[in-house]
Design a protein. Structure first.
Length: 347
């Protein structure tokens, strides 16, 4: 689509006519010599004296080309452009961070699969979380694992295949045997500091009790609330166990409630799948579509044609004047030669 970026510049089109109507003609004075016998000189030369003013006369090319050149200059000032079809880019409006407990207890084989067989906690979690990541096509996803301390495995990225690969290749105990839930929340909050997303969501999964954190989970939850981070907590494992192996459901509930998130507990793989399906529904994909139309400037074309018209006219007039002068000079020489021949014949 073609358009003019400054269409109001077209009001300049009648400007030369207004100047011609309103301003007086340009006059220029020049020195001259008075001859008392000018009339006799003019009669001897066979010339008819005219008025003292010299008024340049326009030829038909000027009447045609001057308005065309002016119209092209005004068109260039109006900035013609070619607007290309719109280009759309989908930008995620949410950053989603997964924090997975990879303490040694995640290797416990007590998670019941849908077929009735028992599986390790980490294998069941990897399957469910991998499927969850595959469904989040519009979100940037980051990954944290924690045990004795939290470790960032993936920054916020749209490369979901990379995140899934890291989840599959993370064995239990790689971060230490204990559970540092509070420190994992602190690291997650820090990762969100550079996020420009409208929504910041953290999903924490753990099967143990926080025994290794320097920052209490309750304090980390308060900071997350101040920074606008919503924390959803998922507990798995044995709530009736003791010590490190006991999952602290009360702490998970408190963290979720403090940040406006939700708490879930999964006793087997089917319940865990239902939990992540629920999380998928309560955090629907939220995308922002950016659209822009590239513009190509075209002002140089009418401006270039106007310059070519002016230059072409000047070159044509220069050639014409040179030809006329040459013809006149040749005729003058022929006339002088004829006069000389006539004088020689009379002699």
């Amino acid at each position: 689509m073609y358009q003019l970026d400054y269409p109001w510049m077209l009001v300049l089109l009648p400007l030369p006519i207004l100047v011609w109507w309103l301003l007086p003609p340009y006059r220029e004075s020049s020195d001259s010599v008075r001859l008392p016998f000018f009339g006799a000189v003019a009669d001897a030369a066979g010339l008819q004296p005219a008025a003292g003013a010299v008024v340049p006369r326009r030829n038909w090319l000027q009447w045609v080309l001057a308005p065309v050149a002016w119209a092209l200059v005004v068109l260039a000032l109006a900035r013609p452009q070619f607007v290309e079809p719109p280009i759309e880019k989908v930008q995620p409006a949410r950053d989603l961070l997964l924090a997975l407990d990879l303490s040694q207890s995640m290797d416990t084989r007590d998670f019941k699969r849908p077929d009735g067989n028992m599986d390790t906690r980490v294998h069941a979690v990897q399957q469910v979380v991998r499927d969850f990541v595959a469904r989040r096509k519009g979100d940037r996803i980051g990954l944290i694992v924690f045990g004795d301390a939290p470790y960032p495995l993936a920054p916020f990225t749209m490369d979901h295949e990379l995140v899934s690969t890291l989840i599959d290749e993370s064995p239990p105990g790689m971060a230490g045997p204990r559970t540092a839930l509070g420190d994992a929340l602190g690291l997650a909050i820090k990762m969100f500091d550079d996020s420009k997303a409208q929504q910041k969501v953290l999903i924490v999964l753990t099967d143990g009790n926080d025994t290794a954190s320097k920052m209490p989970p309750s304090r980390a939850a308060d900071i997350a609330k101040e920074r606008g981070v919503v924390v959803h907590t998922v507990g798995i494992g044995d709530a009736s166990a003791s010590g490190e192996d006991k999952v602290d459901l009360d702490t998970l509930r408190a963290v979720a409630a403090a940040t406006g998130g939700t708490f879930h507990f999964g006793a087997d793989q089917r319940e865990l799948e239902d939990i992540y399906a629920t999380l998928d529904r309560i955090t629907p994909q939220n995308q922002k579509t950016l659209s822009w139309r590239p513009r190509r400037e075209l002002y140089m074309w009418p401006l270039g044609v106007a310059l070519l018209i002016v230059l072409g006219y000047q070159l044509l007039m220069a050639a014409y004047v040179g030809t006329v002068r040459g013809v006149r000079s040749m005729r003058g020489r022929q006339s002088a030669r004829a006069d000389a021949d006539a004088a020689a014949g009379e002699a």
